[in-house]
Write a protein that binds this ligand. Structure first.
Ligand SMILES: [Fe+2]
Ligand SMILES: [Fe+2]
Length: 242
């Protein structure tokens, strides 16, 4: 098994812990909700904010790195931005009016939050130096992979409106995650990398890389680092590693 295969296998195994965290957070053993309706809607409002945050992040990466990307990847990413925008809108539409102001305020804080997010700024720094791919892998494998796993559990929420929305969103997140895995495999194939020991700081010092010149090693190490960061996070914040 190659290093990328074993990394992805470990990532897949970690999805079960995300699923069980969600179950533990939301459900009693009889399937009823463990938290109040008010807490549930607040939590879902925060998940809607995550969707809009993803729109901002993907758009920033396209802005910084479209000139380095194969055209079909740009097309895929633009489609993904459309999907995440739709997810935001779908969630916002089902949220009771009492929770809309907290959602809108959090959306307005997204630029500030992203500017203060050290991990995201590291990713942006790499993109500015010519490597937008590491951030894309980080988003589409780690974020989307854990999101897809968590959303499988959210479909059991005993509220048909919420459950129906998450059935639709879940199918998209899984597609985004599969696209991330294909991107990783393609990057590794093109870079012809022989993978060594992880060093998450490596991406900061790779200037002007191109699709065909990427170091698969640095991509794998960031993916692995993101995976480690995800462990032990509180259930309500599963969607993005710190
Ligand atoms: Fe989404
Ligand atoms: Fe997604």
């Amino acid at each position: 098994m190659s290093k990328s295969e074993s990394l992805l296998a470990r990532f897949d195994a970690a999805k079960e812990s995300v699923r069980s965290e969600i179950r533990e957070f939301l459900f009693n053993s009889d399937g009823s909700l463990k938290i109040s309706d008010d807490e549930l809607w607040s939590w879902i409002a925060a998940r809607a904010v995550d969707e809009m945050k993803l729109v901002a992040q993907l758009s920033q990466l396209i802005g910084l790195g479209a000139h380095l990307m194969p055209p079909r990847l740009i097309a895929e990413l633009l489609e993904q931005v459309g999907d995440e925008t739709r997810h935001y809108e779908q969630l916002r539409q089902i949220i009771p009016l009492a929770h809309v102001p907290e959602l809108d305020e959090a959306v307005m804080r997204i630029p500030r939050d992203l500017a203060a997010d050290k991990h995201w700024q590291l990713m942006v720094g790499s993109a500015r130096k010519g490597d937008p791919f590491t951030a894309l892998i980080d988003i589409n494998i780690v974020h989307e992979g854990f999101s897809a796993a968590a959303i499988e559990e959210l479909q059991s929420i005993p509220n048909p409106t919420i459950s129906a929305v998450y059935v639709q969103i879940g199918a998209d997140e899984d597609r985004h995650h599969q696209a991330g895995r294909r991107m990783l495999e393609e990057l590794l194939r093109l870079s012809g990398s022989v993978v060594g020991s992880p060093d998450a700081s490596g991406t900061q010092d790779v200037p002007h890389v191109r699709w065909s010149q990427l170091q698969g090693e640095s991509i794998l190490s960031v993916t692995e680092g993101a995976h480690k960061r995800q462990r032990g996070r509180s259930t309500s914040q599963w969607s993005w590693p710190p």
